[in-house]
Design a protein around this ligand. Structure first.
Ligand code: BG6
Length: 309
């Protein structure tokens, strides 16, 4: 008898936090915590973990989970009045039981739709009403796709503005053996030098120390080559012009309570983002009509698609 893999399953994760497990028929899988709408695991068909999660990650609200793919919304970093990287990564999301038609990746059975809406308490911190829908999908080849759809549901007609990032922590064998292609010759803001603007020189990017850069107006495709593992991640992003590259290196690693001292060697964050030009959303025009005209009303999508080979 052949036992069929369950494409979508709900389970208890660390500290009893609810998580969703996605499984694709050829063996790849992903895990998404409702806490943060946070992808914490992505494995290929051989069961090898492709994302980094710190052995010291806390899984304890309100601290964001250290690793995987935190969502930075509605503020990247400390570039505004809100807490660092915004609040989406430390809110409890719900399963969206009535998701709108997503134009992409709808053929995949292994997907989950989550939704985040503000509570009254939340609106004291950021006085806007919104619906943030996130679809996490595993494709037939084990590729991972995250699609975000955010709508402004303010009833007072006010637009809102936000910055955004999929803060992807990739697992790498040895950071000094890793190369990133696609960002060379692009301008970046260096977070380690008061966000001063520079132009990346030379060839592919390699790593010899702490890096914290926001590359601007980058191509849709970026590749991360892990020579030791003979593995390449190819990121494709849509609606997200910027790309953050971050590795804390040894000193900053030691200063983070939820990060192992030597773990910096095995991680590289390459984050698809919209930072330099914040996104402004006007409210949906007619809320009463929204159920029948939802797709046409909010055509804006921000997506990240990662393939590994
Ligand atoms: C990166 C930022 O995106 O996230 C870094 O560019 C920051 O400056 C890092 O240190 C981690 O942030 P946090 O809030 O998760 O510790």
């Amino acid at each position: 008898m052949t036992s069929e893999r369950v494409a979508v399953e709900s389970a208890k994760g660390v500290n009893g936090l609810e998580k969703i497990i996605l499984r694709e028929t050829r063996g790849s899988s992903a895990e998404v915590y409702l806490y943060g709408g946070h992808v914490t695991s992505w494995k290929n068909e051989h069961g090898e973990e492709l994302l980094f999660v710190s052995s010291k990650a806390l899984f304890k609200p309100p601290k964001a989970i250290r690793g995987g793919i935190p969502l930075c919304f509605p503020q990247f970093s400390n570039l505004g009045p809100l807490e660092q990287h915004g609040f989406a990564r430390n809110k409890f999301w719900s399963i969206d039981t009535d998701p709108p038609a997503f134009p992409t990746n709808s053929s995949s059975k292994a997907h989950i739709d989550l939704i985040l809406k503000p509570s009254e308490e939340d609106m004291k911190i950021w006085p806007h009403s919104y619906e943030f829908r996130l679809r996490v999908a595993l494709g037939p080849g084990g590729d991972l796709m995250l699609t975000s759809r955010i709508r402004n549901t303010n009833s007072d007609g006010k637009p809102f503005t936000f910055t955004f990032a999929y803060h992807t922590y990739f697992s790498v064998s040895d950071i000094s053996e890793v190369r990133v292609e696609g960002l060379e010759t692009h301008d970046y803001l260096d977070n380690l030098q008061n966000r001063e603007r520079f132009t990346e020189q030379g060839d592919a990017i390699t790593f010899e120390g702490e890096v914290d850069k926001i590359y601007l107006s980058t191509p849709t495709k970026i590749a991360i080559m892990d020579h030791e593992k003979k593995r390449t991640f190819v990121l494709r992003k849509d609606g997200l012009p910027d790309a953050v590259v971050w590795n804390p290196w040894d000193k900053k690693a030691k200063a983070m309570a939820d990060f192992g001292d030597d773990e910096y060697k095995h991680v590289l964050c390459v984050e698809a983002a919209a930072i330099e030009k914040p996104i402004t959303l006007k409210p949906v025009v007619n809320l009463i009509l929204r159920e029948s005209s939802r797709v046409a009303e909010d055509p804006l999508l921000w997506s990240l698609y990662v393939q590994v080979s």
